[in-house]
Design a protein around this ligand. Sequence first.
Ligand code: FDP
Length: 340
Amino acid sequence: MDHEADAYRTDLMTITRFVLNEQSKYPDSRGDFTILLSNIVLGCKFVCSAVNKAGLAKLIGLAGETNIQGEEQKKLDVLSNDVFVKAFVSSGRTSVLVSEEDEEATFVESSQRGKYCVVFDPLDGSSNIDCGVSIGTIFGIYTMNHNNEPTTEDVLKPGNEMVAAGYCMYGSSCMLVLSSGTGVHGFTLDPSLGEFILTHPDIKIPTKGNIYSVNEGNAQNWDGPTTKYVERCKYPKDGSPAKSLRYVGSMVADVHRTLLYGGIFLYPADKKSPNGKLRVLYEVFPMAFLMEQAGGQAFTGKKRALDLVPEKIHERSPIFLGSYDDVEEIKALYATEEKN
Ligand code: FDP
C-alpha cells in the first residue's frame, strides 16, 4: 500500500484552508480577505453549476424568453453578474464593484461597506456560451486606502496596486487560479465534495513556449511589430520549429493554456480597434498580474501592462502576455519600430 499517496488523498488542501494558512502568516490580519474569497468561491460554484446545466436547460426547453413557470429566463452572463454582485455586497468586505456587465460602478451602501474593491468579468468569452466551449470568470482586487466616500478613483489605479487576482475556468473541469502576490496556485473543483482542492501549487510558466494564440482573422489590420512577430512564429529565422497556433477565443481558456504550457497570447491593436479589444481593469490587469507572478510578462506594445493607469472603468488596451522570452521578442520588435 502506498501510504504517502494515501495521506495525500486524505489530507485535502481546500482553497479556504490554503487562504487561512496564508492569513496566519500575518498576525494583524482579521480574515477579511478570506471572507471575500469565500464569496468569490460561492459565485464560481454557482456559475459552474449554471454553465453545466445550460445545454440541458436549452434541450428541455427551459431557456429562451420565458421558463415553464412563465418567468423571464435570465441570460447566463446576466445571471452570473447578479450572483457575484450580491455575493460581494453581502460579504460586507467591499466598497466599489466594477463589472463588465454594468456600465456604471456599483458603490456599496455604507452599512455593508468593507476595505476591498473588486473589478470583474462575471462570464468572459460569451460568444462561446452557446456551443459549450470553456468560458470563465476573471477578477482583480484592490484595497481602499481611505475611509471617505468611495469613488471610481478607488479602482482607476495601476494593476501593480492590485492585491490579488484570479480566474475561474468552466471547462472540462472547473478550475480556480489565484494569486495574492505570493505565486500562482490552481484549485480544481471536486464536484462530489463541492470544494476547490489545491491541485496546481506554485504554477510557473515555462520561460519559452511553442504556442502562439491570436485571432489571425484580424491580420490585415495589424501594425508592423505584430505582423512581424506572427510571421516569425510561423517561419522562424533561427531554424527552430514553427510555433503551433491555438485560439479558443475565450480569454480565460487561452490564458490558462498559456500559463500551463507556455507560449504567448496576443490581442493586439489594429486599424479598426486602435486600443485592442480587451478591457484593462478586469481582463488585462488580472491576467497580467497572474503572468508576472508565474514568472512571465505582460506588455501593451508600449509598456509593462501593470503600469498602465486607466482613466475609465471600461477602458481597453492591447495585450501581449505569456512566457518571459516570447514576450521579450515582441518587446524588441516594438522597441525597434519606435527607434525608426
Ligand atoms: P467574447 O467576445 O466572446 O466575450 O473580451 C471578451 C472575449 O470574448 C475574450 O474572452 C476573448 O479572448 C476575446 O473576446 C475574443 O475576441 P475575438 O472574437 O475578437 O477573437
